[in-house]
Design a protein around this ligand. Structure first.
Ligand code: NDP
Length: 250
């Protein structure tokens, strides 16, 4: 029970990686608020699953992470309720792939707003509180695509590269206030986001991965919980790649 009594905020907690992170924190004693966008059924399923295990310490909040006012209002309400926030996990993200020559402006802006600007909005709102309480753990979700981009992902690669720069810079600013800031760069993880690519080329993808399997949401959740734990109290400004060896190029 590494997170007994801790107050944790997770974005994109209704599905995939975020859901595994929410479940991990709740099962280890934390009180968790998670954000979803439009899939209320999925959010309710997270609550029902945890409630079925006897956990009543999780709440779901509809909020578009790309909207600064909605983010500020949510963070304010949580601080009013909890008086503190110990852990922030910026996990919500989308893809809108297309070759740059034909990518429309909306596909660029939607991905930058949802994957990068949201991280700035949440970090700014939450770390003001963390600095004043002299304690905080921030975990941002990047991607191996930041350093090893695929064709058709200029928007996504730029957003995840931005997350890495923001993470390192924030770590230098907040260390003296007891706040650590790290990011995770997942490889290929079995979630809704990768369903189409998996359906088209799963066996080819596995051949490129030294561990010969796709990642599971729990593989990433384990890393997020580690970075938020006391065991990682001397780790900050790092990008932790979790990809089964995919980017080793072997
Ligand atoms: P999913 O598509 O499975 O889930 C995305 C989650 O983000 C959902 O909970 C969704 O809410 C939420 N979300 C999306 N847009 C918004 C928004 N505007 N406001 C609030 N919430 C939003 O994604 P994954 O679990 O696969 O990915 C999670 C993170 O990991 C992302 O940042 C992604 O880029 C990153 N990642 C994933 C990889 C993979 O292989 N899957 C690889 C590398 C990085 P709702 O259910 O309401 O739609």
């Amino acid at each position: 029970m590494r997170f007994e009594g801790k107050k944790v905020l997770v974005t994109g907690g209704s599905r995939g990686i975020g859901r595994a992170i929410v479940e991990g924190f709740v099962r280890e004693g934390a009180e968790v608020a998670f954000v979803y966008h439009s899939n209320q059924t999925a959010a309710e399923d997270v609550i029902a699953t945890l409630s079925g295990e006897g956990f009543q310490t999780v709440t779901a909040h509809q909020c578009d992470v790309s909207q600064k006012d909605q983010v500020d209002a949510l963070v304010e309400s949580l601080i009013e309720k909890w008086d503190r926030i110990d852990v922030l996990v910026n996990n919500a993200g989308i893809v809108k792939d297309g070759l740059m020559a034909t990518m429309d402006g909306d596909a660029w802006l939607d991905v930058i707003n949802t994957n990068l600007n949201s991280v700035f909005y949440f970090c700014r709102a939450v770390t003001r509180q963390m600095m004043s309480q002299r304690y905080g753990r921030v975990v941002n979700m990047s991607s191996v695509a930041a350093e090893f981009p695929n064709q058709g992902q200029v928007n996504y690669a730029a957003s995840k590269g931005g997350v890495q720069g923001l993470t390192r810079c924030m770590a230098t600013e907040l260390g003296k206030r007891g706040v650590t800031v790290n990011a995770i760069a997942p490889g290929f993880i079995e979630t809704d986001m990768t369903e189409a690519v998996r359906n088209a080329a799963e066996s080819e993808i596995k051949k490129m991965i030294p561990l010969r399997r796709l990642g599971r949401a729990e593989d990433i959740a384990n890393a997020a919980l580690f970075l938020a734990s006391d065991g990682a109290s001397y780790v900050t400004g790092q990008i932790l790649t979790i990809d089964g060896g995919l980017t080793l190029g072997g």
